[in-house]
Write a new protein. Sequence first.
Length: 69
Amino acid sequence: MPPVQKFLIFAGAALLIAGILWPVLSKLGLGRLPGDIAIEREGFSFYFPLTTMILLSIVLTAIFRLLGK
């Protein structure tokens, strides 16, 4: 099986699992960590989950490195 197909299957499975576990994951506080940028004004809101993205990047990098070897 070509590597692109393996990646797409893995990515689809990961999204499916994340969707099923979303109620549990939302209770963990991801998306509202210190360092996430949230600006709310009248008629305008902006949210940039900086810390959450860094944390997820570290976790996913570790997982991919473990699976790659």
